[in-house]
Design a protein around this ligand. Structure first.
Ligand SMILES: Nc1nc2c(ncn2[C@@H]2O[C@H](COP(=O)(O)OP(=O)(O)OP(=O)(O)O)[C@@H](O)[C@H]2O)c(=O)[nH]1
Ligand SMILES: [Mg+2]
Length: 195
């Protein structure tokens, strides 16, 4: 197969959210296809990567998985530099964990790029009682609307629900953003040809 006309993209993504909500487990499911029931808390920051192909484009995802433990917050700012998107997490089976999302949005928008798309991910769907599911999902959707986030998605790393879908939708968004930026700068480049 001829790969020569495929473009390459590198997307640096940062992830945040309260301690223990399942960030690291989510990335391990995506990058290794595994579910770990006994992860240790992340010390400071962890790094995950995966290569994918979407719409003929070769994409490298670099994800910086920031620990949710407040004691590491002071050393995390540098990892936000150059990030093109954010993934923020809360635990659907522990609805109070959504209250930290606001603070994470502020951190990403002030120390990272103010215009970066941020998505909200509800984790551990497998632990949510059926009668509580509708209310928890509504809380996630309302929070995403309130904070101007790109979308909310419910997931389970344990039963592998919506993990790849969350990345697919985010990558699609980033590709669209990049192509609209390119369209916006192309006319100027035509005025000043380089040849
Ligand atoms: N049942 C269930 N448990 C999960 C799921 N995702 C994560 N867990 C468990 O939740 C616990 C904490 O997960 P982590 O991924 O370490 O949480 P974290 O957000 O990275 O935590 P910090 O690194 O401290 O910020 C682990 O015991 C996981 O196995 C899930 O989808 N379902
Ligand atoms: Mg972790």
């Amino acid at each position: 197969m001829d790969n020569s006309n495929r473009s390459s993209h590198i997307f640096k993504i940062v992830a945040g959210g309260a301690g223990g909500v399942g960030k690291t487990t989510f990335f391990l499911r995506y990058t290794n296809g595994l579910f770990l029931s006994n992860t240790s808390m992340t010390v400071g920051v962890a790094f995950h990567t995966r290569d994918i192909i979407k719409d003929q484009a070769k994409i490298k995802i670099f994800a910086w998985d920031l620990s949710g433990q407040p004691r590491f917050r002071c050393m995390q700012d540098t990892y936000l530099l150059g990030a093109v998107a954010g993934m923020l997490f809360f635990d659907l089976s522990r609805p109070e964990s959504i209250s930290e999302v606001h603070e994470w949005v502020n951190l990403l928008r002030t120390k990272g790029s103010p215009s970066m798309p941020i998505i909200l991910i509800g984790t551990k769907l497998d632990l949510v009682a059926p009668e509580q599911e509708a209310a928890t999902i509504k809380a996630g959707e309302s929070m995403a609307d309130l904070l101007g986030l790109s979308f909310f998605i419910k997931t389970s790393s344990k039963t592998d629900v919506n993990v790849s879908e969350a990345f697919d939708r985010l990558v699609e968004l980033l590709l669209q953003k990049q192509s609209s930026t390119q369209r916006a700068i192309t006319p100027a480049m035509q005025v000043f040809p380089t040849t």
